[in-house]
Write a protein that binds this ligand. Structure first.
Ligand code: DX5
Ligand code: ZN
Length: 227
């Protein structure tokens, strides 16, 4: 489903919100592969960001695929709206879905790539029986809600075990890692099996976006090559 190579997904959460379209164009020009959009509702996570109107407003300004990370309660209510707004990848949190399999199938019915996000404390078993219907699993390596937090070290082993689970079943589900991905952590994340790497502060907090993206990609690729 996804290419085997590394995909770098800058998280707009760390961008200058007064200049969103310019920031999106800047990371596209800097070599980003996807644009990660963090939707927060103030209930599932203790923070608020933006919803479908902002995503729809950005859609004409870039050709980057939109990777929409829904940190909201009862996401089923809004899936169609986010699909219409321009999402290409849509992830929901397992902790927010009572009928996770139904939700995942709805995302695919809407013609979008379906992902399930897991909080750091949520066991991998939660996705075991929906894996064949997923395009990707988003492993949170910080507690969702805020950018700029430190990577939780035991998540590397969680990513490794998920990669094993996917390989044992012969599936082609991509692993995305989100939170604290930076030059110091990206190598271990990639060698554990993650291929979609979200980075907010490590990219938007850098003076030179292109250099930041290049460095993350290069460190990740080198770590994979070294096995
Ligand atoms: C956190 C968000 C992340 C966040 C990552 O809830 O899901 O996407 O933007 O930010 P950094 O890369 O700064 O940890
Ligand atoms: Zn995110």
């Amino acid at each position: 489903m996804f290419p085997k190579e590394i995909l770098i997904a800058p998280s707009l959460l760390a961008a200058d919100f007064a200049r969103l379209a310019d920031e999106v164009k800047a990371v596209e020009a800097a070599g980003a592969d996807l644009l990660h959009l963090d939707v927060m509702d103030g209930h599932f996570v203790p923070n608020l960001t933006f919803g479908p109107p902002v995503i729809a407003a950005l859609r004409p300004h870039t050709r980057l695929p939109f990777d929409v990370h829904l940190m909201i309660e009862d996401p089923d209510r809004y899936l169609a709206e986010f699909a219409r707004a321009g999402a290409d990848l849509l992830s929901v949190h397992a902790e927010a879905c009572i009928h996770l399999h139904r939700t995942v199938c709805r995302i695919r019915e809407l013609g979008k790539k379906a992902g399930v996000a897991l909080n750091p404390s949520t066991p991998l078993g939660v996705v075991e029986w929906v894996l064949p219907d997923l395009d990707f699993v988003l492993i949170m390596s910080v507690n969702p809600g805020f950018g700029g937090q430190g990577y939780i070290p035991q998540i590397t082993e969680k990513v490794r075990r998920l990669a094993q689970m996917i390989a044992e079943r012969g599936l082609s589900v991509a692993i995305e890692v989100d939170g604290g991905v930076a030059p110091e952590t990206v190598g271990e994340v990639a060698s554990a099996g993650a291929r979609i790497l979200v980075a907010g502060s490590a990219i938007f907090g850098a003076g030179d976006y292109a250099a930041a993206i290049r460095a993350l990609r290069q460190t990740a690729e080198e770590a994979i090559d070294q096995g």
